[in-house]
Design a protein around this ligand. Structure first.
Ligand code: TXA
Ligand code: MG
Length: 341
């Protein structure tokens, strides 16, 4: 495994070596503006198999193809509608993934046999340069063992992935910290399958319509038909049992959590302004606002397991703007163990 430190050094010429590793069928850990990706050539079935193996990812969970130039979309997708094009033009490059009708050249292993393919154009400079140098789309899921919190810095994922990749590009902390918004357009209506930095409000402004997939906050029943296969798997979960508590009324939320603290050997994850309100010695302050919470969320979920407690009690946030993405990740990290009062 080779390590390339681009945290301070902006010598992007070195990225060529990593792109050569991908062209030769290797795997590369690389930063994006959302989370780190574990990437392989989007046309190399053997290399893509290695991604599934490295992550122990279920083969029926499809991957995103990452592009650096809008023209590449036409190599992999077809029958693109005006609304799809408008979304891509507005939100690319950036934390936005769109599900399009696939072309036959896209390997089945990427799409898990579906007739659609997920496409994203990242804005992160290192990701952009890497994809450009490779010259074909890069297949990349989030860099983490399946079910674990996504990686937003190299330190968090180095141990679990270092022996499984050929190249690691360290770009420091990811700017946003939560995975991209995933959207599928059906009958001209954009449906959000996974909320992210591009919000309901952002899409409404551009298209005038948007819907949320019903599974964003719901457990998938056995044998239920779903739009996004990733939804049905356990996600982001620390090993410690977690509970999410939320009330619009901050005092009510604090009181409820203080009651839970009384009866449990616990830890509290809260926003900065509440950190002195809890009767506990185990407190993790996760950030001052939703933007900071996004940036710290996966790091914090990993940190929970370093405490010797039986329960982690996590404060919720309101679901407006990027609050929807935060609550979606937290609810799943808590395995739907959620109290709203
Ligand atoms: O921000 C991101 O999107 C990061 C960075 C690395 O780009 N990637 C990422 O990939 O989060 P992954 O594989 O962890 O999540 C991709 C999600 C999964 O929930 C998957 O089921 C869904 O996108 N997906 C992929 N292809 C799909 C398709 N054809 N139809 C529906 N959902 C799809
Ligand atoms: Mg993932």
């Amino acid at each position: 495994m080779k390590y390339l430190d681009l945290r301070e050094n902006k010598n992007y010429i070195k990225i060529k070596e990593a792109s050569d590793a991908i062209k030769k069928g290797g795997l590369v850990l690389f930063p994006t503006e959302t989370v780190y990706g574990i990437g392989a050539s989007g046309l190399d079935v053997r290399a893509i198999e290695k991604i599934f193996k490295a992550k122990t990812r279920a083969m029926d969970n499809p991957l995103i193809l990452h592009i650096s130039n809008i023209s590449q979309v036409y190599d992999i997708a077809k029958d693109i509608t005006d609304i799809e094009l408008k979304l891509m033009e507005k939100f690319w490059p950036g934390p936005f993934t769109i599900i399009l009708k696939r072309k036959d050249c896209v390997p089945n292993i990427i799409t898990a046999g579906l007739d659609t393919v997920a496409v994203r154009m990242p804005s992160n400079k290192i990701a952009h340069e890497l994809i450009k140098q490779v010259g074909i789309p890069i297949a990349a899921p989030s860099a983490n063992i399946s079910g674990r919190p996504s990686g937003t810095n190299i330190q968090d994922i180095f141990e679990e992935l270092k022996d499984k990749v050929d190249y690691v590009i360290d770009g420091g902390d990811c700017e946003f910290g939560i995975e991209s918004t995933v959207v599928k357009v059906e009958n001209d209506v954009p449906i959000i399958l996974r909320p992210g930095k591009i919000t309901v409000e952002d899409i409404l402004k551009v298209i005038g319509k948007v819907e949320l997939d019903e599974h964003i906050f719901k457990v998938v029943e056995k044998d239920e038909k779903i739009l996004s296969p990733g939804i049905k798997y356990k996600h982001y979960a620390p090993n410690t049992k977690c509970i999410l508590v939320y009330s619009k009324d901050n005092n009510k939320m604090v009181n409820k959590i203080n009651t839970l603290i009384k009866y449990n050997n616990s830890l509290v994850v809260c926003c900065n302004k509440n950190k002195n309100k809890y009767n506990s010695k185990n407190i993790i302050a996760i950030g001052k606002d939703k933007k900071e919470i996004c940036k710290n969320i996966f790091k914090t979920l990993r940190k929970i397991d370093t405490y010797d407690v039986d329960l982690a009690i996590i404060e919720g946030v309101d679901k407006s703007g990027i609050g929807l993405a935060i609550m979606n990740r937290l609810i799943r990290a808590c395995a739907y163990n959620y109290i709203e009062i």
